[in-house]
Design a protein. Structure first.
Length: 384
């Protein structure tokens, strides 16, 4: 048996989703290697290979994480849902008080002894989606009832999204919307979903008011207002406020149909964080509109493959958790792309499995692993 055959035999689940993972990893290596040139000159005396090596190690570890996560039967994630949610809320609470403060945002938590830092919202996103999927499946017989079904879902959603919103509004808003979609698909009473939407808007409005009156409590509120105001009123915004998006648009425009070619980006020298927050712009500059559409198509294909899974899932939890995580990955990708195209306000969201990152990449790999776990066990029980 050849090595490739042995590897293929070990990788269970939807082969198309495995191919998507590999394609995104290849795109990531090419884009990160090119976009870290300026960073390498500033921090490594031009040694671009050092960042590439680090990224390859993280991606390699991520592939291992995907493999391990897909080995577990997806129903185990349902059993772990309450513990995962409690852990997520605890970690978010610790981060709010003891997290590393960067630009008035406490998103990062440093693990003692080993010194590892990670963004706790990355874990919380997956934990909440697993919990919502588990709750929808568990309470399906009385899903239309307020006390028995809706309250056990809405309270964790508001708590987790509210805690994330303090330092990362875009992530919280995206996660809140995904949970709403899951509830709609899960047949939760529509009147309750409208109630959830109204509650979310009220919480957001309250946070804006508190941010204006007490900026010491919510220092990020000014950043939210500034980004939204800049997006809707480019004419009066300062050059510094529009610098990132202006350079991203130039990169996309210069890419043309087929791009400048690998490693030939010029705007990577001017865009802040071209290897993470604006990596899609660098991809289009080097690989053109065709390359950009290819990346968009990869994420769209992921979504449709997961929708295909839902139609085969014998249990509601499997389909719901795969759908929720797929929505998380696809929405984040399209939010990132929308920012680069100046269709959305700046969010700082990375392109899943493509942008350079540490623990964020690993948690993205956990997400892919859970989807593949669902795929693996659904296919093993489906009739030929």
């Amino acid at each position: 048996m050849s090595m490739s055959t042995r590897i293929a035999a070990e990788l269970k689940g939807d082969r198309v989703i495995w191919a998507i993972v590999i394609l995104l990893a290849i795109v990531s290596v090419l884009a990160v290697y090119s976009s870290t040139g300026s960073l390498a000159h500033r921090e490594r005396d031009g040694a671009t290979s050092s960042f590439l090596l680090k990224h390859l190690i993280i991606l390699g570890g991520g592939m291992g994480v995907i493999y391990l996560a897909h080995l577990f039967h997806y129903e185990k994630y349902a059993r772990w849902a309450p513990a995962l949610l409690i852990t997520a809320v605890t970690m978010l609470g610790i981060t709010m008080w003891l997290g590393i403060d960067i630009n008035n945002a406490r998103r990062w938590l440093k693990v003692p002894i080993i010194g590892l830092t990670f963004q706790t919202s990355d874990f919380a996103k997956i934990a909440l989606i697993i919990y919502v999927a588990q709750s929808i499946g568990k309470h399906q017989e009385y899903i239309k009832q307020f006390k028995e079904a809706f309250l056990p879902i809405i309270i964790p959603v508001i708590v987790v999204c509210g805690m994330i919103a303090v330092s990362d509004l875009s992530t919280a808003a995206m996660l809140f919307f995904i949970c709403m979609l899951m509830m709609i698909i899960g047949r939760v009473g529509f009147q309750y979903i409208l109630m959830l939407l109204f509650t979310g808007l009220m919480v957001f409005s309250l946070m804006v008011v508190v941010g204006r009156e007490r900026p010491d409590l919510l220092p990020r509120a000014k950043t939210w207002e500034k980004r939204i105001a800049t997006f809707f009123d480019r004419e009066t915004a300062s050059k510094d406020d529009t610098w990132q998006i202006d350079k991203a648009k130039i990169a996309i425009a210069e890419g043309g149909l087929v791009g400048k070619g690998p490693g030939n980006s010029t705007q990577r020298n001017y865009i802040p964080h071209p290897y993470s927050d604006f990596i899609f712009a660098i991809i289009v500059e080097e690989y053109g509109v065709l390359g950009g559409f290819a990346v968009i198509g990869i994420y769209l294909l992921l979504f449709f493959r997961v929708v295909r899974l839902i139609t085969k899932s014998p249990k509601r939890f499997g389909g719901m958790v795969a759908l929720g995580i797929a929505l998380l990955l696809v929405f984040q990708a399209y939010f990132h792309i929308g920012v680069c195209l100046d269709l959305l306000p700046t969010t700082g969201l990375p392109l899943p499995l493509v942008s350079m990152g540490g623990t964020s990449t690993l948690f993205t790999c956990v997400a892919f692993g859970i989807i593949l776990s669902v795929s693996k066990f659904i296919e093993s029980t489906s009739p030929e």
